[in-house]
Design a protein around this ligand. Structure first.
Ligand code: NAD
Length: 251
């Protein structure tokens, strides 16, 4: 198999589960060293064990993306361990409360914005200087279809994901001349613990029906897009929002 990322080093936040885990495995198969960065240490270390069969190295770094200090330390550990940072996938996220705006708690708003949006800003803030040392780099931010349209009872999540799309555009235009590309992915609903832990069977069926392809997505269908964006195959794609949503946004 052609290895698209041989010798590269990638940080993936939220890599202990779901889309992040699938991405860690695919990028490792493609030759990259992987930093599995997550708040869940137990699952994260299991992912690192899985990656050991691949050529690149893998380490776990415990991080809470809502802490600027911890995100800064995550990048520092990566540089100490591997000496360079080529790829960053800012993917960690939570669903937040399910409530209308008037009933939405300030605590859940603050937490969801801190993890999902500030976490991506802190990521970019500390990843970019490390990439400037290389003279190039790729940042991939995990937005959502809900970075383009609303979804009732999910105001903090929707606001955070729209914010990620804006941050992505700014990152692209501020650093394009210095060789850094920044793009965002907009998954439709994907079968991961984020969904399975928050929705009952009836809600799952309703959400499935919103996708013209008539099914939910699979984590691998998102990690393949991450791989393409991380590789030279997408060398002229910058500041883009790329949906992978079974047609959800086409309606
Ligand atoms: P998941 O719950 O399977 O994985 C999320 C990971 O993030 C977990 O490993 C969790 O421990 C980690 N995490 C949570 N809070 C954290 C924090 N404060 N600091 C560090 N790590 C933290 O979910 P997933 O579905 O794989 O979601 C990954 C990303 O994809 C999220 O940003 C999510 O919003 C986005 N997304 C998911 C879907 C979907 O339907 N599953 C759709 C669109 C976008």
């Amino acid at each position: 198999m052609e290895q698209l990322l041989k010798g590269k080093t990638a940080i993936i936040t939220g890599a202990s589960s779901g889309i992040g885990k699938s991405t860690a495995i695919l990028l490792a198969k493609n030759g990259a060293n992987i930093v599995v960065a997550d708040i869940d240490e137990k699952q994260g270390k299991t992912v690192v064990e899985k990656l050991k069969s691949h050529e690149g190295e893998a380490i776990f770094v415990k991080v809470d993306t809502s802490s600027a200090e911890e995100v800064s330390q995550m990048v520092k550990t990566t540089m100490d361990e591997f000496g360079r940072l080529d790829i960053a996938v800012n993917n960690a996220g939570v669903g937040g409360e399910s409530a209308l705006i008037e009933e939405y708690s300030v605590e859940s708003w603050d937490e969801t914005i801190a993890i999902n949006l500030s976490g991506v800003f802190y990521g970019m803030k500390y990843q970019i200087p490390a990439m400037l040392e290389n003279g190039d780099g790729v940042i991939i931010n995990m937005a959502s279809i809900l970075g383009q349209v609303g979804f009732a009872s999910s105001c903090a999540y929707v606001a955070a994901k729209h914010g990620i799309v804006g941050l992505t555009k700014n990152g692209a235009l501020e650093y394009a001349k210095q060789g850094i590309r920044v793009n965002a992915i907009g998954p439709g609903f994907i079968k991961t613990p984020l969904l399975e832990d928050n929705l009952d069977e009836e809600q799952m069926e309703q959400i499935t029906a919103l996708h013209p392809q008539g099914r939910l997505g699979k984590p691998d269908e998102i990690s393949e897009l991450v791989l393409w964006l991380a590789s030279e195959k997408s060398s002229f794609v910058n500041g883009a929002y790329l949906p992978a949503d079974g047609g959800y946004l086409a309606q």
